[in-house]
Design a protein around this ligand. Structure first.
Ligand code: HEC
Length: 151
């Protein structure tokens, strides 16, 4: 089992490098890694590594077992059944602590339930990290929960 994990890690690492070369098609932007993180975002990144989130999620736009975190926050997501929602803080929170009832279209319902696994502070840091990784939330007011009630 342990050897298998090491092999998987090696495959993931080498694939990651190859994917960078292979997948930057049209607009030649290959600097997906150079995101400036807030202090909370830096902490969220550490939590994501410690909790193993990044074994299923990438931050560079590449699809993995789960969707990439790049430009996720603030974007429109289509859920299983066809409902479309905006990935605001409340959506992201539910996606992490209660993912069973909110499944992204086209993905298996295998996201682990992190309710009780991450503290409130860690959850807030994870959400800050997701926001930092998205260009769609860059202009949002810091500190405000301010999502206007949408219809
Ligand atoms: C075993 C693989 C796996 C792990 C580990 C995992 N996820 Fe996921 N995650 C998924 C899959 C698959 C989906 C899409 C299905 C769904 O919506 O539940 C998803 C969906 C999400 C979404 C919603 C994405 C969207 O595009 O709307 C967020 C946010 C998220 N995960 C965050 C996390 C965080 C934070 C962690 C670690 C604390 C984590 N995930 C760990 C597999 C995983």
């Amino acid at each position: 089992m342990r050897r298998r994990f090491a092999l998987l890690a090696a495959v993931v690492l080498s694939f990651g490098g190859g994917a960078l070369l292979a997948s930057c098609g049209d607009d030649g932007g290959s600097d997906g890694a150079s995101v400036v993180l807030s202090a909370a975002g830096e902490r969220g990144k550490v939590v994501a590594q410690a909790q193993g989130c990044i074994s299923c999620h990438t931050v560079d736009g590449a699809k993995s077992t789960g969707p990439t975190w790049k430009d996720l926050a603030g974007s429109e997501r289509m859920l299983e059944g066809g409902e479309t929602v905006v990935a605001d803080d409340a959506y992201l929170r539910t996606a992490i602590v209660a993912p069973r009832g909110q499944v992204l279209e086209g993905y298996p319902n295998i996201m682990p339930v992190y309710d009780g696994e991450v503290s409130e502070a860690e959850l807030a840091d994870l959400i800050a990290y997701l926001r930092d990784l998205s260009s769609l939330t860059a202009a949002a007011s810091p500190g405000g929960t301010g999502a206007p009630a949408g219809g």
